[in-house]
Design a binder for this molecule. Structure first.
Ligand SMILES: Cc1cc2nc3c(=O)[nH]c(=O)nc-3n(C[C@H](O)[C@H](O)[C@H](O)COP(=O)(O)OP(=O)(O)OC[C@H]3O[C@@H](n4cnc5c(N)ncnc54)[C@H](O)[C@@H]3O)c2cc1C
Length: 288
């Protein structure tokens, strides 16, 4: 099937893109990597009146170290994030997860901004943004605003992004020296979206667990962050038994829906196993 007809614009700056988006009205959409929007156009699940192509906004593909955070431009491709030594060193969870997105060709085109705006509940980058408490910066004709990921993702493929807004930058907190992280996921075939994915960071102080960040995808309509579930497990010695206990508690607490592909019980068991594996890897890395 071919896409329905649309007008096409290729601005050379963010300011021009915003003006064009506003001028085209609510029927217009921006396109970045096209790895999600392209198939939707072809299947006519999306029929925008105009496409504003962001691919000439090359100055918005960058990774900058700000100390407590990495600022990453919205046009940065998944593969650039996965391969960046800066991301691997300062925000390893993000690099680990980006490496697992789809296939090489998809990672070469897909962008950070596109993945967050698309908000697929099974996607890696929304999960990492939620787990780490990233902040998303959006430009609009009136200026710019910055939202925590927890306020950005509303539901399945639904975000707080307004029709006249463009994501231009995302700020990810950087890892502490005594912190280990791990990303674990399970999918039926290599390159498929994960059925369940787990992202975690564990911060140790003399062997005791000072902080755990734990995020899950595949169990709810947006990535779930388990702050309340991990709280009783803080202060304990980080060990295999500790990881197993926390994983059992998380597996018991999640309440995914049954769907046509698989029963909820399968996702619960998968969650328990992946959480345990992720915590063990993160503990090992935190111990250095
Ligand atoms: C076969 C296949 C397998 C895949 N597997 C995975 C996977 O395992 N995990 C995964 O996470 N993803 C996967 N993807 C999706 C891929 O990661 C996409 O690249 C990503 O979801 C969207 O990024 P994009 O830059 O291609 O966005 P586009 O497709 O260009 O746009 C997607 C949406 O975001 C909007 N948008 C784009 N950029 C911006 C911006 N800067 N500001 C505001 N709105 C914007 C568009 O208007 C559109 O609504 C897969 C895709 C394919 C085709």
């Amino acid at each position: 099937m071919k896409p329905a007809a649309f007008d096409y614009f290729r601005p050379s700056s963010l300011e021009q893109a915003l003006l064009q988006l506003a001028a085209c009205g609510a029927g217009a959409k921006v396109i970045a990597g096209g790895q999600s929007l392209g198939p939707m156009l072809n299947m006519r699940l999306a029929m925008p009146s105009a496409l504003i192509d962001l691919n000439d906004l090359t100055e918005h593909a960058y990774i900058r170290d700000r100390g407590a955070s990495l600022s990453i431009g919205a046009l940065t491709r998944h593969e650039q994030i996965a391969e960046s030594w800066l991301v691997q060193a300062r925000c390893p969870l993000l690099a680990q997860a980006a490496k697992t997105i789809g296939h090489y060709a998809i990672r070469q085109r897909g962008t950070l901004g596109g993945s967050l705006a698309h908000a697929d509940p099974a996607a890696q980058l929304p999960l990492i943004a939620m787990t780490l408490g990233a902040e998303i910066e959006m430009a609009n004709p009136r200026g710019s605003r910055r939202l925590p990921a927890s306020e950005f993702f509303l539901s399945v493929m639904s975000t707080a992004l307004a029709a006249d807004e463009i994501i231009h930058c995302v700020h990810f907190p950087t890892a502490h020296a005594n912190e280990g992280s791990a990303f674990q996921s399970f999918s039926r075939r290599h390159g498929d979206y994960a059925i369940v994915a787990v992202a975690t960071t564990v911060l140790l102080d003399q062997g005791r667990v000072l902080r755990v960040r734990l995020g899950l995808s595949g169990v709810d309509s947006t990535p779930a962050v388990c702050d309340a579930m991990v709280r009783p497990y803080l202060g304990a010695v980080g060990s295999a038994a500790w990881a197993a206990d926390l994983a059992t508690a998380v597996g018991a607490a999640v309440a995914p829906e049954d769907d046509a592909r698989m029963p909820a019980l399968y996702r619960k068991e998968l969650t328990k196993k992946l959480v345990e594996q992720a915590l063990l890897h993160a503990l090992d890395r935190a111990k250095g």
